[in-house]
Design a protein around this ligand. Sequence first.
Ligand code: FE2
Length: 178
Amino acid sequence: MTFTAPGLSDDATKKLISVMQERLSAFNDLHLTLKHIHWNVVGTNFIGVHEMIDPQVELARGYADTLAERIATLGGSPRGTAKAIEEDRSWSDYSVGRDTVQAHLGALDLVYVGFITSHREAIAVAGDIDPVTEDILIGQTAELEKFQWFVRAHLENPSGELSNAGANSEAAAADQAR
Ligand SMILES: [Fe+2]
């Protein structure tokens, strides 16, 4: 590295950038997944969920931009290509095609579980290195958790139980929620 933000060590910054690059690819994957759902959702409540998804797309795209520019600010080179997504991700491609609102939201809930869990792990890494990056990740997580609640509110019954409870794959969550 030829420069980083004042007061950060090169080694710590490299570790931080590595985590942020993975989160950047995760956001790039998330906004593609959300558009895929926006296009493939069918049936009862179509228009409400079709339109609910687009602000989530815009948020994910904006947060990818924030992380990419933070990587550049720290002296790194953000990778924003499809190949970078493929190389960085440890999760499978979203697996549900044309399907009902409930099936997609059941599966999308699991997408958010994975994303938010990893974002919280990134917060922990950033917290040891750079509170400024940590602050960015914390703010993003709060909004993502709110969107997950929008999704879960469609899966919830009056007792607060989720229709996809206990499912450990997108396909199983879709089946339970459908
Ligand atoms: Fe659209």
